[in-house]
Write a protein that binds this ligand. Structure first.
Ligand SMILES: CCCCCCCCCCCCC/C=C/[C@@H](O)[C@H](COP(=O)(O)O)NC(C)=O
Ligand SMILES: Nc1ncnc2c1ncn2[C@@H]1O[C@H](COP(=O)(O)OP(=O)(O)O)[C@@H](O)[C@H]1O
Ligand SMILES: [Ca+2]
Length: 506
């Protein structure tokens, strides 16, 4: 058996079976066997191996190599043997449910799926049921109705908002089927074993970027095909024993909440709306007063100021998960967290960000918390206190460069497992319901007219969805769900060399 690789002039190449996408008999009418040597072959037979090719910056693409020979039986034996090897890859999905948001990002979701993703799924013999949404919450509602057991995974084509919708559908469905009341903030939630794949077609695509290392539809499709699995922490957000939302990336009050609220009115601008609203929100420089309380995450070895980040096979995530499982075993049904200390901080803040992952995205390649972990059962609480516009700009600029964004006197960061916030406005209203004057005294701080402190509340930016609540309770649920991803690889080339290999003979 000989390999023909005239274009690349490489002598040999190694592909781990786990990275073979498909093996097919080659249609010789389509394929030009234009090397002089092979043209002499009487009646050639050939098969093509499609495999994952790893490029720079975590980008994957589908490459192929064709093998030719004169012996038809030998050719078929190779095809058979390679197909049997692929059958052993049990983590690969065979049947997927796909939701496409045709209005996300630059409104290219449907085209991206049809042109870049569907051909790869079909090459990999994955069957799909495709659902194009017609309204917000369509996918979420549908997930409560479908026969979910039929599928090995759910794929969402869209941005963070669309992912959030699908995640709410899946987690909600799981709890409903298990009789868990989502309104109980202390209820131990049931893990969601059906993986979600994200085909990025939104505006920020932070969840995809932070879990794969790049926002690229082909790369994401290939991670789905090879059956990758990345556990993910999910935080639940409640108020007064009422379930509000789940979040996996950013839960932001103040700056990021205001940007999102303003940008929703400018959807027609596409992803540019965030730059426009970002600039406007930066100039308005509103700060918000309130009380924050949180329980530090003592079970994890990591800290938000670590130099190392969460990478594929992260040992901190593994250790943290084991630690939490042991604690749970020891405490039985008792809630260990009830006994742990709460830290309380009062103040005026420009931004309160709770991030479950780094929140890296093309705009901020390291993210809002570069050392946050995907699956360690903790979130990073970042408090940006009231400061000058110039200082806030310095902080924002550090989202985009290599400098330490926590190295400012007005920025504090904590690794937490639960968190609560109540706005000053709500506290005042609750403690002094008769003082209605405050509520009607315009938008800004009455005591200090020059102060930027906003008497109105901000809103929460919950994975790109607005959430209006001036008091919330947040709890991190370790590894509640799984994605078709593997986290960010340390060094793509190294990682591929270390895996088991199938040698392609010369
Ligand atoms: C002067 C320098 C300014 C630098 C600003 C740096 C901005 C960094 C933005 C990081 C945002 C990461 C958090 C991700 C949030 C997404 O969930 C959300 C929604 O994303 P989607 O539109 O659904 O894809 N997008 C935004 C901007 O709030
Ligand atoms: N067919 C639809 N029409 C309108 N909105 C939709 C539709 N399908 C989904 N959505 C909603 O659109 C919002 C934003 O979608 P997303 O894909 O995240 O795009 P973007 O990244 O541009 O915000 C989500 O909240 C989702 O619920
Ligand atoms: Ca985490």
């Amino acid at each position: 058996m000989r390999r023909l690789d005239v274009t690349r002039e490489r002598k040999n190449c190694f592909v781990p079976t786990s990275e073979i996408i498909a093996v097919e008999e080659t249609d010789l009418n389509k394929k030009q066997h234009n090397s002089g040597k092979w043209q002499k072959m009487a009646k050639p037979h050939a098969f093509t191996v499609y495999y994952v090719k790893k490029a720079r910056n975590h980008r994957w693409w589908c490459s192929d190599v064709t093998f030719w020979c004169v012996d038809e039986q030998l050719c078929n034996q190779w095809i058979q043997a390679l197909k049997e090897l692929l059958e052993l890859q049990k983590a690969r999905p065979k049947q997927l449910l796909v939701y496409i948001n045709p209005y996300g990002g630059k409104r290219q979701g449907k085209r991206i799926y049809e042109q870049k993703v569907a051909p790869l799924f079909s090459l990999a013999s994955i069957s799909t049921d495709v659902f194009i949404t017609e309204r917000a919450n369509h996918a979420k509602d549908n997930l409560f109705e479908v026969n979910i057991n039929k599928y090995d995974g759910v794929v969402c084509v869209g941005g963070d908002g669309m992912f959030s919708e699908v995640m709410h559908g899946l987690i909600g469905r799981m709890q409903k089927d298990s009789g868990i009341d989502q309104n109980n903030p202390k209820a131990p939630l049931v893990q969601c074993n059906i993986r979600i794949g994200i085909i990025p077609a939104g505006s920020t695509d932070c969840i995809c970027y932070s879990t794969v290392g790049i926002s690229d539809p082909v790369t994401s499709a290939l991670h789905i095909i090879v059956g990758d699995s990345q556990p993910l922490d999910v935080s639940s957000v409640h108020h007064n024993n009422t379930f509000l939302k789940y979040t996996v990336s950013l839960l932001g009050y103040g700056f990021y909440g205001d940007i999102l609220k303003d940008s929703e009115k400018k959807r027609w601008m596409g992803p540019m709306r965030y730059d426009y609203s970002g600039f406007k929100t930066f100039l308005s420089h509103h700060c918000y007063e309130g009380t924050i309380s949180f329980q530090p995450a003592k079970h994890t070895l990591g800290s938000p100021r670590d130099k190392d980040s969460c990478r594929t096979g992260c040992h901190i995530c593994r250790q943290s998960e084991q630690q939490l499982a042991e604690q749970r075993k020891k405490c039985g049904l008792k809630h260990e967290e009830d006994e742990e200390e709460w830290k309380v901080i009062k103040g005026k803040f420009l931004a309160i960000n709770v991030v479950n992952m780094s929140c890296a995205c093309p705009r901020s390649p390291k993210g809002l918390s570069p050392a946050a972990h995907l699956a360690d059962g903790s979130a990073d609480l970042i408090l940006v206190r009231k400061c000058s516009r110039f200082d806030f700009l310095r902080y924002l600029v550090r989202h985009t460069n290599q400098d330490d964004q926590f190295d400012f006197s007005f920025v504090d960061v904590y690794r937490v497992k639960s968190f609560q916030f109540t706005s000053k406005l709500l506290e005042d209203n609750e403690s002094d319901v008769t003082d209605i004057g405050k509520k009607h005294f315009g938008q800004f701080c009455r005591d200090h007219p020059a102060c930027c402190c906003n008497i109105a509340n901000s809103t929460w930016n919950c994975d790109g969805e607005t959430l209006d609540s001036s008091a919330i309770e947040v709890r991190v649920h370790c590894q509640l769900m799984k994605l078709f991803a593997r986290g960010i690889e340390e060094n793509c080339k190294e990682a591929s060399r270390n895996q088991s290999r199938v040698e392609q003979l010369l």
